[in-house]
Write a new protein. Sequence first.
Length: 222
Amino acid sequence: MKKTLEIALVVLALAASANAAKAATITYTLNDGGSCCTPAPFGTVTLTDIALGNVQVTVALTSGNRFVDTGGGGVFGFNLIGFSPSTPNPPISVANITSGFSLISGTAGALSFSPFRNFEFGIACGVCGSGGSNPQLGPLMFNVLAANITTASFVELSTTPNGSISAFFAADIIDRNGRTGNVGVTGPGTPGTSVPDGGSTAALLGSVLFGVGLMRRKFGKV
């Protein structure tokens, strides 16, 4: 009986550690230059589930492209499923954002990233100059915090009046040739592999095995 209980605890620990070791990631490619730039790709947008209600966003531009603020919705725009100006929602916030960048508003709005049009949320660049001046290399990183969101919550296209292009994300850039404008993600994302859990799995497994050791000392070896 004691041996069976020990084995059961170890099996549960291994199952829990397998789940803890995985964090869902999905990577999108900034593949559409709109009326701005060529050639694609211009960079990637990677989403990582840190915990329920906490998603890390990493926007990394390819060599020669940099973030600028040429007006409109800021330097990066995104949506969340179920969040819209007409539907009351809890506000979002951001944490661990790259220095010099900030969330424009915690409530859904209509931020224009022509030709991809309106996004609900945007990131501003406080250190970018006007137009294409003082561009920033990035990467741009931040955590979006909101009730129950996951990486799947970002799969919503921009609203596109007047026949403009729908996109999941948009970024304001200057390319290696000095051309400025918005580039977007118009294709689906690619699920990533599991990411390290920072040691929580080892700690969990170690704690359970320590408990098994205490049980063996209390009840005697089998």
